[in-house]
Design a protein around this ligand. Sequence first.
Ligand code: FES
Length: 114
Amino acid sequence: MTHPGATAFPVCELVTLPVGDVVTVTPPGRAPISVFHTSDGLYAIDDTCTHQDASLADGWVEGCTVECPLHEACFDLRTGVPSGPPAKIAVRTHDVSIVDGTVLVHLEQKDDVR
Ligand code: FES
């Protein structure tokens, strides 16, 4: 579901993002966002782990969970919530849609760079 007032940012064509793949984009003035194509669908989260400065796109995905490559905290791609330490803070999630074959992330005003 997208929220009124959100800005749609084009990420890529869906055909270039097969299931199991991830793409990272940095919208102007925003933190990097990674879009994961899982067997359950597309999920967009802030790319930077909330524990330290690791890219979650470099992590391992299982189901709807991504494991950070640095210290192995696991984040739920649907909610951004970590399942345990060392991460304690959720990563931001973003709505995703597909319009005419283009993957869009929907950025809210409050989604400024942290
Ligand atoms: S940087 Fe991700 S768990 Fe430490």
